[in-house]
Each structure stands twice: as structure tokens, then as C-alpha cells.
Write a protein that binds this ligand. Structure first.
Ligand code: FAD
Length: 385
């Protein structure tokens, strides 16, 4: 039976963190507007630096990767307390802190860890993720961007798409095909590509919510040192599975607490505007409350399982991702009902959140793909195709 209770040390950690947050949050500058990317980068970097200086950066990363070596449970407490206090989220540091960094920590050499991880923890270097291509999304192993060996470099050419934060990134966790003759899963390598290398062109894409948070990326004979490859040549699919397990397993969990905050605010607005009298709406908000509480318990369970089995989250992360992305959409549909006619006012925060919630059942692997993973890896059903 998995133990979901907290130890005395964990409670003390929570109390110290709460006190620290109460001291620093009132002094933070206002958040920049969503499309002010240089401003957002500077804001996110400054917050990350504050966490670093206070000893809260990379809490559950290994000590030899520059982290604090704390248990994932402490990381969970950290997420819960920072969200409850309304602290800034990782923002532009998302890829570096939540999946590229943990991948380098798990799979990189000592030199690679020393080069890439401290600047991520200090908020100095931003990473993006160059996995998807126009013909390779769900079927990621079909990727065609090629890397040809030329002495101590790979020469990389191809196109990536939906690259979040590419506009402000310094590094890209890039998947390339290093052996075009091998079966598709076996000819892939995982590279760290500097975004300022000659031949990298980034073309921002505007989302439904109005933000240019992702971009197309064109790579024209970009020279990437062979020393930037994480894992063996052609063994990139295995490294990718590590990255994806972090992305689906742990990267979204802090947002559950934020959703609970939004839900409480929705209930407040419903009371203030008289919509609370609608029993159907009340029941809907109540059911969502139960849903997000259950998701938080599921997260605790997943984390404690990962703790017992060596740290990399398993397919339980897909159960979380599947249900969380749907619940998030339901939350913002309920918000639209609470807002009534204001649900068309693009200046209201919840309206933009509703638009961006639509992407959650696609980003980090679609719901159909998560269902396939749950069916095959957890339920032991036969492979679809
Ligand atoms: C907000 C956002 C941010 C993103 N950020 C990044 C990023 O930073 N870096 C990056 O590399 N990518 C990123 N992506 C891309 C994302 O990972 C892909 O969009 C996703 O994996 C789906 O791939 P696709 O768009 O090619 O759709 P397709 O794979 O073409 O899928 C189309 C439809 O077919 C279904 N389908 C496909 N195959 C199967 C199957 N085997 N069984 C059942 N159904 C199937 C899918 O579920 C979907 O409904 C981002 C996407 C979004 C929305």
C-alpha cells in the first residue's frame, strides 16, 4: 500500500517554504504581457534566480547534477505551496527545468551535466523542444530531419514545428535521424543544438489565444558538435522515452493546484453575480473540485511509485495527462458559463485560458495516444498498430 502521508521533516520543509514565499512574493514586479517575450523571459529568469539563491532550484534533481537531491515528495510540496501562494510558474524555463534538464541529468555525461544544468537552474539559459515535424507528431519516430556526420560535427537539415519558446531559447533538445537505413525507431539521436548556430531560422506561429508561444524551425546545414549528443548515436529513441516520461509524468502536475485556485475564484464570481443559485452549475463546479482533488491524489501516488522504482515516471503519467487535459478544458467551459456574456470579452483572463486549454489534449501527446499507452502498457491489451 502506498503511503500518502507526510513526514515531520516534510511538514517542516513546507512551513519554511511558506514563510519564504510570504516574504518574497509581495516584492515581485507585475507580470509582463503575454506577447512580450523578452519581458517574459527576463521575468521568468529573475524568479528562477530567486529560487536558486534560496536553495529551491532543481529540488529533486541529483546533487551531482546541481540539484538538491530532495525526494520527489518534497518537489510535490514545493509545487503545491508555490501554486497556492500564487507564485510565478516556470514559464519560459518549462522545457529546461521539466524535461530537457531531467533528461540530461539522467542520461548525460559528467561534462554535459556540468555544461548545461547549472545555467538552467540559475534561469540563465532557456531550452526548447525540437521533436515534432510536419509529418511526425504522434508518429514521432517517423521524423526526417537528418544529421550527417562530418568529422567532429553533425550537419543537420530539416524542419521542426510547434516548437514552444523557440523565439527566446538558447538551446534545443533536438531529435535527428542519424541512420536513414535503420528501422525508424533505431536510427534516431538526441542532440543539444545551440539556437544561435548559423542555419537555424525560427518563424513564430500565432495561436488561437493570440500568443506566439510556438514556432516553425528551419534547419539548413546547421553544424552541431558530436559532443552535444546525449546517449549513443542511433539510441535516441530510448533517450526520447525518458524525456517524454518526464513531460507526461511530472511536467503538468503543478498546474492542478492552479486549476483548484481558478475553481475557487469561479465559485467566488458565481456567488457575486447570482449564478450560484443555479443548482446545475453548482453541481458542475463541485464535480470539478472532486476531479482536481482526485488528480492531486493520483499525482501523489504516481510520485511515490516513481520514488520506489528509481525516479523516472512510468505510464501512470499518461493516465494523469489524459484526465488532466480533459478536466482543464471542462474547467474553462464552466468558466464560460459563469462569465455569461463576458465569455466573449478577450480582455478577461479566463477567456484566453479557455482558448489555450483546447491545446492541452494535443500538446505532449494527444489523448488518443495516451489512451493507446494506457491500453498497451498498463492494461496489457494488444498493440493497435
Ligand atoms: C500547445 C502545444 C505546444 C507544443 N509544443 C511542442 C514543442 O515544444 N515541441 C515539439 O516538438 N512539439 C510540440 N507540440 C506538438 C505536439 O507534440 C503534437 O502536436 C502532437 O504530438 C500531435 O501530433 P500532430 O499535431 O502531428 O497530430 P497527428 O499525429 O497528425 O494526429 C492527428 C490526429 O490523429 C490521431 N492519431 C494519430 N495517430 C494515432 C494512433 N496511432 N492512434 C489513435 N489516434 C491517432 C491523433 O490523436 C490526432 O487526433 C506542441 C503542441 C501543442 C498543441
Amino acid at each position: 500500500m502506498t503511503d500518502l502521508s507526510y513526514s515531520e521533516e516534510e511538514d517542516e520543509f513546507r512551513a519554511r517554504l511558506r514563510e519564504w514565499l510570504a516574504g518574497v512574493l509581495p516584492g515581485l514586479p507585475p507580470k509582463p504581457s503575454p506577447d512580450d517575450w523578452p519581458g517574459r523571459r527576463a521575468y521568468d529568469a529573475a524568479w528562477q534566480r530567486m529560487l536558486y539563491d534560496a536553495g529551491y532550484a532543481g529540488l529533486h534533481w541529483p546533487v551531482d547534477a546541481g540539484g538538491q537531491g530532495a525526494t520527489p515528495t518534497r518537489q510535490l510540496i514545493f509545487l503545491e505551496e508555490t501554486e497556492k501562494a500564487g507564485a510565478p510558474y516556470v514559464g519560459a524555463n518549462f522545457v529546461g527545468l521539466l524535461h530537457a534538464g531531467p533528461t540530461v541529468a539522467a542520461e548525460g555525461t559528467a561534462e554535459q551535466r556540468a555544461r548545461w544544468l547549472p545555467p538552467v537552474l540559475r534561469g540563465e539559459e532557456i531550452w526548447c523542444q525540437g521533436f515534432s515535424e510536419p509529418e511526425a507528431g504522434s508518429d514521432l519516430a517517423a521524423l526526417r530531419t537528418r544529421a550527417v556526420r562530418d568529422g567532429s560535427h553533425y550537419v543537420v537539415s530539416g524542419q521542426k514545428i510547434w516548437t514552444s519558446h523557440a523565439e527566446v531559447a538558447d538551446w534545443c533538445e533536438l531529435l535527428v535521424r542519424t541512420d536513414p537505413r535503420a528501422p525508424k525507431h533505431r536510427g534516431i539521436s538526441w542532440l543539444a543544438m545551440p539556437m544561435d548556430a548559423p542555419g537555424v531560422t525560427v518563424r513564430p506561429l500565432r495561436t488561437l489565444a493570440g500568443s506566439t508561444e510556438f514556432a516553425e524551425m528551419f534547419l539548413d546545414e546547421v553544424r552541431v558538435p558530436v559532443a552535444n549528443r546525449v546517449g549513443q548515436e542511433n539510441d535516441g529513441w530510448r533517450v526520447t522515452m525518458v524525456t517524454l516520461s518526464f513531460e507526461r509524468g511530472t511536467a503538468f502536475v503543478g498546474e492542478v493546484v492552479a486549476c483548484r485556485r481558478t475553481l475557487a475564484a469561479l465559485a467566488g464570481e458565481a456567488r457575486a453575480t447570482g449564478r450560484w443559485d443555479d443548482a446545475v452549475l453548482r453541481r458542475r463546479l463541485g464535480r470539478l473540485n472532486a476531479e482536481f482533488r482526485a488528480l492531486w491524489r493520483l499525482t501523489q501516488w504516481n510520485v511515490s511509485e516513481a520514488e520506489r522504482s528509481g525516479g523516472v515516471p512510468g505510464a501512470g503519467g499518461s493516465v494523469f495527462k489524459l484526465r488532466y487535459s480533459q478536466a482543464r478544458q471542462e474547467l474553462y467551459e464552466a468558466a464560460a458559463e459563469v462569465l455569461g456574456a463576458d465569455a466573449c470579452d478577450l480582455d478577461r483572463e479566463w477567456v484566453l485560458d479557455r482558448l489555450s486549454s483546447l491545446s492541452y489534449t494535443i500538446a505532449a501527446g494527444t489523448s488518443q495516444i495516451q489512451r493507446n499507452i494506457v491500453a498497451e502498457r498498463l492494461l496489457g491489451l494488444p498493440k493497435g498498430r
